[in-house]
Design a protein around this ligand. Structure first.
Ligand code: NAD
Length: 406
C-alpha cells in the first residue's frame, strides 16, 4: 500500500482508506465494517437525499450495536467520525480499496467501475458486492480488469462473518490476496471461488431448492412431509418449502434463471411450479403467500396435492446425494475447495457441511446411491462426477476423501 493512501492518526494508524459506492442495505453495512476496523471510509451516493438515507442506516445500525452492548458510545462516535460522505465518485481517488454496492444493474455497475478505474491509483483494488451479475463483465468496463474482484458480503454485513471472495479469469492473484488479508483483519472469514453464477453458497443452495421443487411438483412427496424429512432426517434448519417462502420465490427464480442461462445443465432448469407461483404473485412470506398461505387462519391447500403414492422413505437421499455430487463437481472443476464449500454452507445457510456428510455416509455408499438415482432418472446431470466415482471406487474411500480435504 502507498504511504500517501494511509491515514496515520491515533484512531486509524496505517489503515488504508476505503471507499464504498452505494449506501443501501449492503453498502451502509460494509461502510460500518470498515469503519469499525479503524479504516477511514468515504461513502458515496448519487444525491444528497441518498447520502442522508445511508447516514441514517449507519446511525440506526450502530445505535443497535450500542443498545446490545456490542459497541460503547465512544466507539460509536469514533466509528462514525471515520466516515465522510460525498456524491462525487471522484473522491474515491485516494482509496486503496473501493467496494461497489449499488443496485443490481449491470450497466450501472459498469459505468461506476469505468469512473473508478479512471481515478484510483494503479495499485488500488476495485471490488463489487454483486450477488448475481458477471464480475468478469463488470471488470471488462475497466482498463485494469486485473485489479477487479468480487466480495460478496452476506446480510447483515456487520454481523455475518462469511464473505465470498471471487476472482475472474483476469484477476491478479495479488489483488485477491490483498483483499483476503484485509477481510481477515476485519474479523471476516473469506472463502474463495471463481466467477460463476451463484458463487459457492447460492449455487449449491438454490440448486438444491430447485431440485426439491421439481421432485415435489412431480409427486415425489407432499410439501409438509418433505419439509419435515429434511429437518428430522438430514439436520437441515428448516425444510425447503419453508426456506423458499423466507428467501422469496422471485429472488430464487432470478438465481435459478441465471444458473440455467450460464450452465444449460438441466439440473438448473427452473421448476415449472416455481415459475407458476411467481407468475401468480405468490412470492413467499413477503407477499403473504408462497408454498404456504400466511393469512390468519388460512386453510388453503398446498399448491400441489399430496401424492397418491409418496416416496418419502427415499428422503433425504433423493436430494442430499445429488447435492454432494454438485459439491464434488465444484472441487473437481477447481472452482472451490472442500473446506471453503463446507464453511460456505455452514455459515451462509446453516446447512450441514457437504464434506462432513460425505465422510459420514462414506463415498462408496454415496456413489452407489447416486448411481441408482442416475439409473432411474437417466438424467445426465445426475451422473456421478468423476471425483465421486474415483473416491467411491478407491481402495480406501475414507482415506481418499480425507486426503482430498487436506
Ligand atoms: N440485500 C442483500 O441481501 C444482498 C446480499 C449480498 C449482496 N447484495 C448485492 O449488493 C448490492 C446492493 O444491494 P442492496 O440490497 O444494498 O440494495 P439497496 O437498494 O438497498 O442499495 C443500493 C444503493 O445503491 C445506490 N445507488 C444507485 N445508483 C447509484 C449511483 N449511481 N451511485 C451511488 N449509489 C447509487 C442507491 O441509492 C441505494 O442506496 C447489489 O449488487 C446486491 O445484489 C445484496
Amino acid at each position: 500500500m502507498n504511504e500517501d493512501k494511509t491515514v496515520s492518526d491515533a484512531k486509524t494508524v496505517n489503515r488504508p482508506a476505503v471507499a464504498v459506492v452505494g449506501l443501501g442495505t449492503m453498502g451502509a453495512g460494509i461502510v460500518e465494517v470498515f469503519a469499525k476496523g479503524g479504516h477511514p471510509v468515504i461513502g458515496i451516493e448519487y444525491d444528497d437525499a441518498a447520502v442522508e438515507r445511508g447516514r441514517g442506516i449507519l446511525q440506526k445500525s450502530t445505535d443497535r450495536a450500542v443498545s446490545k452492548g456490542k459497541l460503547d458510545p465512544d466507539g460509536q462516535r469514533a466509528l462514525l467520525e471515520r466516515i465522510t460522505f460525498t456524491t462525487d465518485t471522484g473522491e474515491a481517488a485516494g482509496a486503496a480499496v473501493v467496494v461497489e454496492a449499488v443496485s443490481e444493474n449491470l450497466e450501472l455497475k459498469k459505468s461506476i467501475f469505468a469512473k473508478l478505474d479512471a481515478v484510483v491509483a494503479d495499485d488500488a483494488v476495485l471490488a463489487t458486492n454483486t450477488s448475481s451479475l458477471s464480475i468478469t463483465e463488470i471488470a471488462a468496463a475497466t482498463a485494469h480488469p486485473e485489479r477487479v474482484v468480487g466480495v460478496h458480503f452476506f446480510n447483515p454485513a456487520p454481523v455475518q462473518t462469511l464473505v465470498e471472495l471471487i476472482n475472474t479469469v483476469h484477476t491478479a492473484p495479488a489483488a485477491v490476496d490483498r483483499m483476503d488479508t484485509l477481510l481477515r483483519s476485519l474479523g471476516k472469514n473469506p472463502i474463495r471461488c471463481g466467477d460463476r453464477a451463484g458463487f459457492i453458497v447460492n449455487h449449491l443452495l438454490i440448486t438444491y431448492l430447485n431440485r426439491a421443487i421439481t421432485l415435489y411438483q412431480n409427486g415425489f412427496a407432499g410439501r409438509d412431509e418433505f419439509d419435515a424429512a429434511m429437518v428430522e432426517r438430514a439436520g437441515y434448519p428448516m425444510g425447503p418449502f419453508t426456506l423458499l417462502d423466507l428467501v422469496g420465490l422471485d429472488v430464487t427464480l432470478a438465481v435459478v434463471e441465471r444458473l440455467w442461462d450460464e450452465s444449460r445443465d438441466r439440473v438448473h432448469a427452473p421448476a415449472g411450479l416455481l415459475r407458476q407461483l411467481v407468475a401468480a404473485g405468490f412470492l413467499g412470506r413477503k407477499s403473504g403467500r408462497g408454498f404456504h398461505d400466511y393469512a390468519e387462519g388460512a386453510t388453503t391447500p398446498p399448491p400441489v396435492p399430496d401424492p397418491v403414492r409418496s416416496r418419502i422413505a427415499e428422503l433425504p437421499e433423493a436430494v442430499v446425494l445429488p447435492h454432494l455430487n454438485d459439491a464434488l463437481r465444484m472441487v473437481e472443476q477447481g472452482f472451490a475447495s472442500p473446506a471453503d464449500i463446507d464453511t460456505g454452507m455452514a455459515e451462509g445457510c446453516r446447512m450441514p457441511k457437504p464434506f462432513d456428510v460425505l465422510a459420514e455416509r462414506g463415498p462408496a455408499a454415496v456413489l452407489a446411491g447416486q448411481l441408482a438415482i442416475f439409473d432411474e432418472t437417466a438424467e445426465p446431470s445426475h451422473r456421478p462426477c468423476r471425483l465421486l466415482t474415483e473416491l467411491g471406487r478407491s481402495e480406501d474411500p475414507a482415506a481418499a476423501l480425507a486426503e482430498l480435504r487436506r
